[in-house]
Design a protein around this ligand. Sequence first.
Ligand SMILES: [Cu+2]
Length: 129
Amino acid sequence: MIRLFFIVPIFLFLLSCSGSVMEKQSDSGKYTIILSHKGKELKKGRNSVKLRIVDSKGVRVEGAVVELSPWMPDMGHGVMLIPEVTDLKNGDYRIENIFFSMEGLWELRIKILKGNLEESAIFEFPDIT
Ligand SMILES: [Cu+2]
């Protein structure tokens, strides 16, 4: 029983180290966005991620309109391909066809629209290869 108290934190720590789970507050702090993906890192080419969106009370944000766009800040460009968003319900959203066209620093710029609230967040990926 005691062993679980050690194993669970170590597991979560390893998970966050491998880059497969990232967490960000939206600009106003109203939402927390948890981004996860399979495998260790996002790569040049097409990628998929899952977003979980929760509000400040920890309630999952269901039925939002989620938009995501890859952006390369150093060169001031995005990509032509528009990522595909699927609402998985329960505050989870799957995003496919996230295309990084070249190596380097990329941002994933996220917009979340629900009711008359528009929140945004940026996840950074410094070393896409
Ligand atoms: Cu570029």
